[in-house]
Ligand binder design. Structure first.
Ligand SMILES: C[S@@+](CC[C@H](N)C(=O)[O-])C[C@H]1O[C@@H](n2cnc3c(N)ncnc32)[C@H](O)[C@@H]1O
Length: 175
């Protein structure tokens, strides 16, 4: 049985539109709810979760102990701003997800977005999803768009239904 999953996480997982055989990378899983939901719904999915916080790593691991033990979930401590991110997470990935990870809207995090795009298979999707209870959607949207305006990512898709979400696919034609 899946534990309590916040509405923003449920909406984020729905946006991924998974077939069920993907390899997924999540940046900033926090307590690990998205991993739990995805792995419960899709027995064929493999998942890597990376958080800079040791507490988040411990919580994600504890919440998803069975998936970790079966090798379906790898949890690593790391920072998306780390230039050696690829060494930490492996890849390539079909989908990269981050929910409420602020670095992508508080500044133009183009280096980080490029690093994540490089971890995607051609056509793979990067989704950045935010809950904005204060209603400050515009600032978040502008910031995320600026971060995603990098070579190798296609035109962003914006979703504003309970969350502010921006998705972009890695170009199939290369960089
Ligand atoms: C606000 S919490 C959101 C947790 C979860 N995604 C959710 O929506 O419930 C943000 C998480 O991202 C992690 N985080 C923030 N910045 C990060 C970074 N630069 N690299 C890796 N993890 C980061 C934090 O440690 C924290 O666990």
């Amino acid at each position: 049985m899946v534990g309590v999953v916040p509405d923003r996480v449920q909406r984020a997982v729905a946006l991924l539109d998974l077939r069920g055989d993907e390899v997924v990378l999540e940046i900033g899983p926090g307590p690990g709810a998205a991993a739990e939901l995805v792995l419960a719904r899709h027995p064929g999915v493999r998942y890597v979760a990376v958080d800079r916080s040791a507490t988040a790593v411990a919580r994600t691991t504890a919440r998803n102990r069975a998936a970790v033990d079966r090798g379906r979930l790898i949890v690593r401590q790391g920072d998306v701003t780390d230039p050696d991110l690829a060494d930490t997470v492996g890849g390539p990935f079909d989908v990269v997800l981050a929910v409420n990870v602020n670095v992508f809207w508080t500044r133009a995090a183009c280096t980080e977005a490029s690093a994540l795009a490089a971890l995607l298979v051609p056509g793979g999707a990067l989704w950045l999803v935010y809950e904005t209870p204060g209603g400050d959607d515009g600032r978040v949207l502008d910031g995320v768009r600026a971060s995603l305006a990098v070579p190798g990512l296609g035109a962003p898709v914006v979703v504003r239904e309970g969350v502010v979400a921006v998705g972009a696919r890695r170009s199939r034609a290369g960089w």
